[in-house]
Design a protein around this ligand. Structure first.
Ligand code: ZN
Ligand code: ZN
Length: 356
């Protein structure tokens, strides 16, 4: 480890950026990382993406958070130490960590590779209590210690900076696209072209589907087509909903604004599915005839399991897919948060961890 850290017997002090309290700006600080246990890897973080949910949590939008809070669950780095029982990784390996760092490992979901749905609750990468009762701290830091079972390999073909956002935005969109079989002959619509949406477009296109972006305006149309969309429509235009009625096998909504669900469900073919990965804070209303007629599915999806996250990274490497990023120094995190809230980012901010 570099000279910035001091080791004691059980913990190591490392640099990080934290929100000291809810809604306070993030500032540079130090945190303690645990000593490497037998099944742990120590990761030198190289890049960390800024996800919209970092902002929600740092600002207490999802209920009471644990402060100081070091956000960041889109982590890419290099293994610099391995525990005595580690078998998957060696020093020098390129690795990633996403939204969770542990789960119960015993329930039916964990055993099925659906750790994100662990019935006892998984351990979030930050803003959570680990099994030892200590708070977890995320990727806006120079180092992190994670059990190898919750660490994934970043294939050589993927640059670490554009790979970082795949650990949340990539898997969150890959998982439902895979589950609902986006592929040749399938018409897929992606609602919203932000951090999640732009990855959904790239991945669905690479899977072979015919991809349509449904965005509020045509402002990002050129980008959308460049990223792999075949068609691009504005949802602010009334004609869109008439024109596209009964068109899609799958609609993936990445927006957190409440949508007029009945209208969107009308865009599905019979037995098509509308899947939400973005969630509005308020309940939404729905006329159930919108799903009864046509035998349609209204579904949700949350990130993906560890095995599927590895599969997603391998898929992205094979197809040359990374996120579109704007690389920033850590002292611009607060400014980046404001820009994310203003939808002024194309399409993911990524923190250069050498500036943390
Ligand atoms: Zn995220
Ligand atoms: Zn479990």
């Amino acid at each position: 480890m570099s000279t910035a850290q001091t080791s004691t017997q059980n913990t190591t002090t490392v640099s990080a950026w934290a929100a000291p309290s809810a809604k306070a700006p993030l500032e540079r600080t130090t945190i303690e990382r645990r000593a490497v246990r037998p099944s742990d890897v120590l990761i030198d973080i190289k890049y960390a993406g800024i996800c919209h949910s970092d902002i929600h949590q740092a600002r207490d939008g999802w209920g009471e958070g644990i402060f100081p809070m070091v956000p960041g669950h889109e982590i890419a780095g290099v293994v610099s130490e391995v525990g005595s029982e580690v078998t998957k990784f060696a020093v020098g390996d390129r690795v990633g960590v996403g939204c969770m760092v542990d789960s119960c490992r015993e329930c039916e979901n964990c055993r099925a590779g659906l750790e994100q749905y662990c019935v006892r609750g998984n351990v979030g990468t930050y803003n959570a209590l680990d099994h030892d009762g200590e708070p977890t701290y995320g990727g806006y830091s120079t180092h992190i210690v994670v059990d190898e079972a919750y660490t994934v390999r970043i294939p050589d073909g993927l640059a670490l900076d554009v790979a970082a956002p795949l650990l949340c935005a990539g898997i969150t969109t890959y998982s439902p696209l895979h589950r609902w079989q986006a592929g040749p002959g399938k018409k897929v619509a992606v609602v919203g072209l932000g951090g999640l949406g732009h990855m959904a477009v790239k991945i669905a296109h690479a899977m072979g589907a015919e991809v349509t972006v449904l965005s509020q305006s045509l402002r990002k149309k050129e980008d959308g087509l460049r990223l792999g969309a075949d068609h691009y429509y504005a949802t602010s235009d009334e004609a869109t909903f008439e024109q596209l009625k009964g068109s899609f096998d799958l609609i993936l909504s990445t927006v957190s604004a409440p949508l007029p669900l009945d209208r969107y469900l009308g865009l599905l073919r019979s037995e098509g599915a509308f899947v939400n990965v973005g969630a509005p804070e308020e309940p939404v209303s729905l006329n159930l005839f919108s799903v009864i007629g046509g035998g349609k599915t209204l579904a949700g999806s949350m990130i993906g399991g560890i095995r599927e996250t590895q599969e997603m990274l391998d898929f992205c490497a094979e197809h040359g897919l990374g996120a579109e990023i704007e690389l920033i120094d850590a002292d611009r995190i607060n400014e980046a948060y404001e820009r994310v809230l203003a939808s002024d980012v194309r399409y993911r901010f990524v923190i250069d961890a050498s500036t943390v």
